[in-house]
Write a new protein. Sequence first.
Length: 340
Amino acid sequence: MSVEEVSDQLVGAFQNPALLLGIPLALAGAVFMSLGAQYQHRGVTKVERLSGAKGASGLNGSQIKALLTRPSWLLGTLMLGLAIVCQLAALAIAPLIVVQPLGAIALVITTLLNAHVSGHTPTKKSITSIVACVGGIFLFVFLAAIYATEKEVTTDKLFVILTTLLVVIIVLGACWLILRHRMRALFYIIGAGILYGFVATLAKVIIKRIQAENFDWLTLVCVIALIAAAAVGAYFVQTAYSSGPPDLVIAGLTVVDPIVAVVIGIVVLGEAAAAPVWALIAFVVIGAVAVWGVVGLARHHPQVLSESQKLGIARGSDSAADAENTASGTTPRDDPGSAQ
């Protein structure tokens, strides 16, 4: 490959200085997202305690109304609003596949913040997962910044996105109506992640069409679809908070949301058209490493370990200690945290 061909392919960060501002804006959005998740989770759990009803199968009308009076939930909503502003600003000047994966940083911040609030010290496995998550995401963004290109979203591509979103909403709505009493946090997290991936994509499309002074009826349809997807996704997130700590919710969102947005960006929008085959393979491998880190963090963060131990699930050195105490005829001291 000649020097000229290599130069033609480096069409991302080196020929688009706007990325230097877009990436920090996306990181700022991740920080606000982390704080917002923590405060909203606090508000949801408070409303559950006051109402005496669990919202794991879906928050009811009175619980949603009560959330609007909780200062912590309102503060969290404000933080999430700032996160959206930062993300939209980043999407306006940087490619989707560069901006969207940076949201995974919110998982790391939320995990550390929740560990501080709950008093649980991060474990070695959780730290390893954090390193894998951060390293994978930054490598992914670096590679995407080199090869990502802005492509015009044609009417045909936009119809594909909107049609796919309509099918997704119908499927999720049917599952919620039929199986909501059996569904738990995982369903709501995955559903919200898929919807938010479409929200990011539609936001990018709307911004580009407004910049091109092309606000027609199809753009208005995109705005309506974005609002609908964001509203349903927000409901799913609030319901997920009722059955899991905030870092579990953020973990699922930061896995599913970027995957959906990046797949749309590559397959439909063609933002990675300039990338060679080896770069596409690297996208998959590096993305898998980041996903492994996120999933590992969701499984091994301190609060999950603490709650599993309260349920009598023996882990690691605790099992060995119990076996040693049994052999010596002594009784292990009760965990003070489990006494209620």
